[in-house]
Design a binder for this molecule. Sequence first.
Ligand SMILES: [Mg+2]
Length: 362
Amino acid sequence: MKISEIQIKIYKIPLPEPVEAYAAGIMKAFDLVICKITNDDGIEGVGYITVHENQGLAISEIIKNSFKNILINQDPRYIEYLWQLMWKNVHYAGRGAPVSFAIAAVDVALWDLKGKCLKEPLWSILGGHSKKVLCYAGNIDLNFSKEKLLTEASKCLNEGFKAIKMRLGRQSLKEDLDRLESMRNHLPDEIALMADANEAWRVDQAVKAFNEIEKFNLVWIEEPIKPDDFSGYKLLKSLGKVPIAAGENLHTMSEFNFLINALGVDFVEPDLTTCGGITPFMKIAKLSEINNLPVISHGVHELHSHLLSACPNASYMEFHAWRVDDFIDGKLSIENGFTSPSDKPGHGITFDFEKLNSYAIK
Ligand SMILES: [Mg+2]
């Protein structure tokens, strides 16, 4: 079997309303990069990544200029080999994002192609553990007024979610605590609550915040400090106050190894689009499993539903605010807090390219 064609498309998808996180600021749209890989039998694998606005073009250029020529005519079944080939080809300027995003788009297409050739869904070829994937709603944002915060949480409960994550990182800790208290009082006791600080604090500020938020019994606090301050994570976890989630801004398997070895994390949170694809995600999930840690996910939930279904240590999957629901056949549904991946061959997600056309960048 050979790779005969690789096509790349980039789109800018507007968000239904602007959302805000401390590290990223206000986001009005996101870029969607789609990589189609066709084999010599005409079977097509589709990979995609989502990224902040105005960054998709740079990522697509890496695929076009640095990967396309080394992938054409290769056997697409040898995903580990091709992953290493891409990693080594851009080693000097790479070893992380945006190269990890570019490798991820190709890697997802290769896994989709493999699933289609084998006529098996992705969750099955990745190992297959449980098709019941626990979910939480992750679109409760920093820029929302307190009233909107609570209204949006209620909407998520009506959609079937049993767990909600809200963002922290307002002007003062007092304001964060006030919003947190309102949310906890608003939600029924049985609804789980997480919070995401998106790197809002220094370590000393995080220590103060942890002392105050301990009483809310959060499932976790996510990214309290910048992502690569591994000694800071170690210190915060050693307090034993609030479980910590982190990983969405780590871009290599080595970074996850540092974080886990530093004993700095309770919920390991890789995002296949930021860490180099399905291939490294599954290794990070296994590293977490070996260290007796749960794995969770960030972004691209249609894809992550397959990956978490293959992980015995899977915990919550995030339903992210960047959604491609309007452009795909294969939108996930929630029932009583759980979802399930598609049973179609590959990832089972089919894009409506005609509909996407008016959002094309290139
Ligand atoms: Mg986050």
